[in-house]
Design a binder for this molecule. Structure first.
Ligand SMILES: [Zn+2]
Length: 469
């Protein structure tokens, strides 16, 4: 007579299950990482619209945040605003039990420029640095930037109420929400959260920070600039609740700034057909892939131009200094609210008031930034010196690269797309190697390569140069 399970076998099964559970736990702790689904899921679930609106209300209550406004008062003006922002970052770090987070007020004097700075003015960036936990990756920096200064109709009006709820209070409270979420996440690389000033007077805060970073050789891999991300509606019943524009430059402005070198660099871009494959554009595509992977409620609408037509923002200074930087902005702007004196005319309300922004939408934009930064900071570096081998004419395509330096690199993927496609369409895992061949012609497709780690984090794509070996 046989029972389906003897008592002994039940015990054995139980014990085996226990050992397996213990082994899985051991593997997870030694790898000391969780898959992106869990890490991103937990972080974005912690972001709350009510908190975002409460932060924005505090920010707006400083009356004006004009760059040349009052700095001594604790209730009104840009000085009070920046001290409050720094204090918030410090409080989040303390509440998360982190003594490694560094919060600084980075100040410099802009001398009167005869344009939008009429007297010598301290322009102060609030810089919150969350150091990476991996010694092999902590030197890599990923930024989120917004401008906390505001303005009304007159660019020099530092006295009138200037709530700047949307431009750019919305981006500033996204910075706060992202900071709260990321303090509780293990990040391999360093994340910098930086509300800047002087944007409305001529991009002073961001441009100076970017220039110094370039001169110091600081390893900044990506900048997400959030500017006017608070209102998913526009005039005339327009609405785009599930999208945010992500602007990215095609021809890098940094190469145009270098006198004499520009023609050669442009010639190189033309010969590689790399007009739409700058590092900023790869970053924009990356953000879209992350949003699609997690099916986030607000997804990037990629706009292939440096900014809104003929305009600029805080990402511009970073682009000028040679960094990959994109701008996030709501789909429809409302010019009755942006850069306007608070007033009513013929019963119509003008001004950048808090009643015109949407906390749920801002929270979703914060979720997109949070997810993007977690992926960027935890993925391995992009493969180095990626090149397409052109020693002889062939109908297939061989790429070579140098290994990413991080210890947790698990392999590489070659990606490709049709020459008319805005996004990478196909990916082939080629394993942990430094060369791969795809049976498709380089004449008919664009190719790139990216690295991945054991947890499933992928690096941005690198577009290869041409080489004989
Ligand atoms: Zn702005």
């Amino acid at each position: 007579m046989a029972f389906p399970f003897s008592r002994t076998s039940l015990i054995n099964r139980y014990t085996r299950a226990m050992i397996q559970t213990a082994l899985v736990a051991l593997v997870l702790t030694t790898a000391s990482a969780e898959p992106p689904e869990e890490v991103v899921g937990g972080a974005i679930a912690s972001i709350e619209a009510e908190q975002v609106m409460s932060d924005l209300s505090t920010l707006v209550d400083f009356g004006t945040r004009h760059t040349m406004s009052e700095t001594l008062s604790d209730e009104r003006g840009i000085g009070a605003a920046r001290r409050w922002l720094a204090g918030e970052f410090e409080r989040y770090a303390a509440e998360a039990g982190r003594d490694d987070v560094v919060v600084e007020l980075e100040s410099h004097t802009v001398v009167a420029d005869g344009r939008r700075i009429t007297e010598d003015t301290e322009v102060v960036n609030v810089v919150c640095t969350i150091p990476g936990s991996d010694p092999g990756a902590e030197s890599r920096h990923y930024y989120i930037v917004a401008h906390y200064d505001s303005r009304v109709s007159g660019a020099l009006d530092a006295e009138s109420d200037s709530p700047g709820a949307n431009d750019d209070g919305s981006g500033t409270v996204v910075c706060l929400a992202v900071a709260r979420a990321l303090m509780n996440v293990r990040l391999e690389s360093t994340v910098v959260i930086m509300p800047v000033a002087g944007e409305e007077q001529g991009l002073y805060g961001s441009r100076r920070h970017a220039g110094i970073a370039r001169d110091m050789g600081k390893d900044i891999r990506a900048i997400l600039s959030n500017d006017t991300v608070g209102d998913p509606t526009g005039p005339g019943g327009r609405e785009a609740r599930s999208e945010i524009r992500v602007f990215s430059e095609g021809i890098p402005t940094a190469i145009l700034a270098e006198q004499g070198r520009a023609p050669n660099a442009v010639r190189m871009i033309r010969s590689l057909s790399a007009e739409s494959d700058s590092t900023s554009r790869q970053l924009a595509r990356y953000l879209k892939e992350v949003a699609d992977l997690h099916d986030l409620p607000v997804k990037p609408k990629l706009i292939y131009r440096p900014d809104r037509f003929l305009r600029g923002g805080d990402h511009t200074g970073f682009n000028e200094s040679g960094f990959a930087a994109v701008r996030l902005t709501e789909v429809y702007e409302n010019y009755d609210q942006q850069h306007q004196d608070v007033r009513t005319e013929d019963g119509k309300q003008f001004g950048d008031l808090i009643e015109f922004v949407d906390g749920d939408y801002i929270a979703d934009v914060a979720r997109l930034n949070t997810a993007g930064l977690i992926h960027l900071a935890n993925a391995p570096s992009e493969p180095g010196n990626a090149r397409m081998i052109v020693a002889e004419l062939t109908n297939d395509t061989t790429l070579r690269w140098e290994s990413s330096p991080e210890s947790d690199v698990a392999g590489y993927e070659i990606v490709w797309r049709e020459t008319t496609s805005p996004y990478w369409q196909h990916a082939q895992d080629v394993g942990n190697t430094t060369e791969g061949t795809i049976d498709l012609s380089k004449d008919n497709w664009f190719f790139g390569v990216r690295s991945y780690d054991a947890d499933g984090y992928r690096s941005p794509v690198v577009f290869p140069i041409a080489a004989r070996e």
